[in-house]
Design a protein around this ligand. Structure first.
Ligand SMILES: CC(C)(COP(=O)(O)OP(=O)(O)OC[C@H]1O[C@@H](n2cnc3c(N)ncnc32)[C@H](O)[C@@H]1OP(=O)(O)O)[C@@H](O)C(=O)NCCC(=O)NCCS
Length: 171
């Protein structure tokens, strides 16, 4: 059974807080998320996504076999990058390696390209994040290069990869 992407609901807060209370996930994301990540933190995020500009923020819960198992979002950039958007995502550890992220990324990109004027979606995984790089490749992204020493995470200087998918003529 494939996963679905859908709008966030307030009653996702409990599942979301459980998924994100995991250092293995947080160590692969930007800083700024509280740890521990409470149900209130999750509800604040869900409300922010539900109230965001629908032409700039495309944020979805990922549901698999009736459970909320992950999060994916595409965020329009500004100024000369207004037709470019950054994508972020994570899947709860219990659900890794079932093809869920690959499918959710494909579905989300299709939705954004069909329902907006965005022409480029990119993601910047840490170079060491082989699972995320693999998922992006499986979802049709191209690796455009290495962003050397582009971040400091947990006190360690990290290389990142730049992956992007471009809207096709049919979309
Ligand atoms: C990255 C992540 C989203 C992948 O989700 P997922 O649902 O498990 O992904 P999929 O099942 O679609 O695909 C995983 C692929 O990575 C591969 N993989 C998993 N762990 C790996 C590792 N340590 N090294 C190399 N490849 C790995 C799997 O074998 C699979 O590829 P395959 O189908 O060719 O065998 C998930 O691991 C996660 O949430 N990680 C923490 C947060 C994160 O990294 N977010 C992305 C930030 S850019």
């Amino acid at each position: 059974m494939d996963c679905i992407i859908r709008k966030w609901r307030s009653d996702d807060a409990k599942s979301l807080s459980e998924l994100l209370n995991n250092k293995k996930i947080l160590d692969n994301l930007r800083d700024g998320l509280p740890f521990p990540y409470t149900e209130k933190d999750a509800l604040d995020y869900i409300n922010a996504m539900l109230n965001a500009d629908t032409n700039s923020v495309f944020a979805f819960a990922i549901e698999y076999e009736g459970k909320t198992v992950g999060s994916i979002g595409v965020f329009r950039q500004e100024n000369i990058h207004s037709k470019t958007a950054e994508m972020g995502y994570y899947i709860g550890e219990n659900y890794w390696n079932k093809g869920i992220a690959t499918s959710a990324i494909k579905q989300t990109c299709d939705f954004v390209f069909k329902n907006s004027d965005i022409i480029r979606i990119y993601a910047e995984p840490f170079a060491r994040n082989e699972a995320s790089c693999r998922v992006l490749e499986k979802a049709g992204f191209d690796c455009e290069g290495t962003l050397r020493k582009n971040a400091v995470k947990n006190g360690i200087v990290e290389d990142m990869k730049m992956y992007a998918k471009i809207k096709s003529a049919e979309q």
